[in-house]
Design a protein around this ligand. Structure first.
Ligand code: ADP
Ligand code: ZN
Length: 214
């Protein structure tokens, strides 16, 4: 099972990807997490992409594609995977088309005005990648990850100005991707304005429907 999750920044991709990954037993492959990890570990690739991330820009296609190829060739991806944050450009989508055929693209649709509020209140676990929101999905114990006990952080790119720039980049570069996949009949639109569980329910309906219609 190969799933892709689409949506503007802070639409809820990471949150839903975690839940889907748990329910269907496939790994969540998040370009953002892979990149932030490479930056934190100061790998050669991390050093190259750091300036892009800090400005809310996309990393160069060839680097991102390489990162994803490496990740999905690991044994835990044999049964399938869930792509979160990839592809982001038409160039990346074409590379992915060459690599494999995805089953469905879950496209989270949500108004831009709620996105800034979601992003600015987001807190993430630097160790396990779990995502929380100070208002919409607060951790039981303030500032502490429920899964691994690490201290939660606000991502550098969740400052309001960077968020607005990421939304602009999304509109220009990523939104056309929806059309690419819509033409292939792969898009399932998901109403992302609802609460976390209601959004998840819509996704489960789509994914469960896949196995019934071969
Ligand atoms: P993305 O991966 O698309 O950037 P996240 O999953 O990190 O988005 O979600 C962004 C923020 O919004 C997080 O703080 C998350 O807890 C919160 N959030 C996610 N989905 C919802 C929702 N349906 N309703 C309210 N808040 C949400
Ligand atoms: Zn954690």
């Amino acid at each position: 099972m190969k799933l892709v999750i689409f949506g503007p920044p802070s639409a809820g991709k990471g949150t839903q990807a975690q839940k889907l990954s748990q329910k269907y037993g496939i790994p969540q492959v998040s370009t953002g997490d892979l990149l932030r990890k490479a930056v934190a570990e100061k790998t050669p690739l991390g050093l190259k992409v750091k300036s892009y991330l800090d400005q809310g820009r996309l990393g160069p296609d060839d680097l991102i594609v390489k990162l994803i190829q490496e990740r999905v060739s690991k044994p835990d991806c044999k049964k399938g995977y869930l792509l979160d944050g990839f592809p982001r450009t038409i160039g990346q989508a074409k590379e992915l088309d060459k690599m494999t055929e995805v089953d469905v693209v879950l496209n989270i649709v949500v108004d831009f005005d709620v996105l800034v509020e979601r992003a600015v209140g987001r807190r993430s676990c630097p160790k396990c990648g779990a995502v929380y929101h100070i208002k919409f999905n607060p951790p039981a114990n303030k500032d502490t990850c429920e899964k691994c006990g690490s201290r939660l952080v606000q991502r550098d790119d969740d400052k309001e100005e960077t968020v607005r720039n990421r939304l602009k980049v999304y509109r220009e570069q990523t939104a056309p991707l929806v059309e690419h996949y819509r033409k292939k009949g792969k898009i399932a639109d998901i109403d992302g304005s609802k609460g976390i569980d209601a959004v998840f329910e819509q996704m489960v309906k789509v994914v469960d429907g896949l196995s019934r219609s071969p």
